[in-house]
Design a protein around this ligand. Sequence first.
Ligand SMILES: [Zn+2]
Length: 492
Amino acid sequence: MPKPQDLLIPRPRKIELTGGTMPLTALHAEAPEPLATEMRAADTLFRQTRLFGEALPCRLSLDVELPAEGYELVIAADGVRITGGDRAGVFYGIQTLRQLLEGAQNARRGELVALRIVDAPEFHWRSCMLDSARHFQSAAQVREVIEVLARYKFNRFHWHLVDHFSWRIGFNRHAEMLEPFPGHARSTGYYTPEEIRDILAYAAERHIEVIPELEMPGHSSGVFAIHPELACPDGTPIDVTRCEYCIGNPASRRFLGEIIDETMELFPGIRHLHLGGDEASPRHWRQCPVCRNAIRDLGLNDERDLEHHFMTDLARRVLDHGVRPILWSSLRAYDPRIIMQCWGGRPLDPELNRGSLAGRRSMVRCQTAWIGAVAAAQMELALMRGADLINSRHDYTYLDYPMRRSEPHSLWMPDLTLERVYQFDPLPEETSAGRRRQVLGAEACLWTELITPDRVMEKLFPRLLAFCETVWTPGELRDWTDFRRRARHHRH
Ligand SMILES: [Zn+2]
């Protein structure tokens, strides 16, 4: 029979065996009215675990003296007690109890060890991103991902919904974006307003905030198949290689402003909206008379300044809705109300397509190290400028990268082993104590260019287990050997 401390991921802050056991009999939740949702969650768990015999109580309560999202779990001979610093804390106590119950059942043990666990997260931004644009997962599959995130105490689900030819939000006022794009094969499918509301409610019950992402001004080539007027009129043909809106054209801002407004209606009550902002090339803007005029009229220096102006303007539109915008990092300064998500960049060296395979692989390794350094520099700059940031350094957190070389992958992708994910530190190196609060937390990302819906879980696990511990458990309590022992009890 494994010890209770060998069953738990993420590892709790403090676990104390108090002596004795509790018979593994039926349990029923008791809670005051404000904890009605958590009481239902506990009772659902108890039904799923199919326990029999005279029911013992599982008492849920709140104690504002406990930290936000923190909880205390006590198992004694006469039942279970879970006290949370807030509702989320109570919910996380239930998730810890779930792992203990499953561990005892798997070991065919008729009792739980009496104990007291005191726990709270190290970071309050514990997020996972799913790319539903490149490959479309059904609403049921999305709920399944949210369910496993909740079990590992994630509190945010970043949902990548717009990219090139894939628009996955059931817009009414811009329904043309949901039609097949002329001349381009794409995977079809979008989430209806009902499915979106349903997923928001499902996530909220599990204390997970949904953060939709609209990609702009790059990664947008599909738009121009339908709205060619939104691309730069610089004489080059509109094809898949041009990805950027004409950011000097007020019509682009108008179109994206309408898309933002409708997204707010379709995702009522959201607190953050991700506006993308990564990997836009200034190539067309440089040639475009409309963009050049805009740079002159606004008294700006160059295309990157114009991009900054364009994105800041759209971010303000989000702020006007009372919602905080998030952007993939850029080296230009943004309004500190915008959260920066730092990932690094992608190896784009054309040399990657030449030479021997061994040579190209060693180049990937060099470039990855270099890009890791870019991510570190981006974060240092963002912190200096007073921005709040989310750390998703690609070389630690991109779960589409192969865990081993035998998995399908693009050549530019470095390996990302389970141990490397476990070594991740959400706090960038040399963050001064005064800047510590600006690091909100971290995010693991599952891009799906190569990942079909049936492989989502296989790509998430086991590395998501390692990641969740990096954001929940303080660094001094993390231990790779100990983690590996515990991970054996968490198969998906
Ligand atoms: Zn232009």
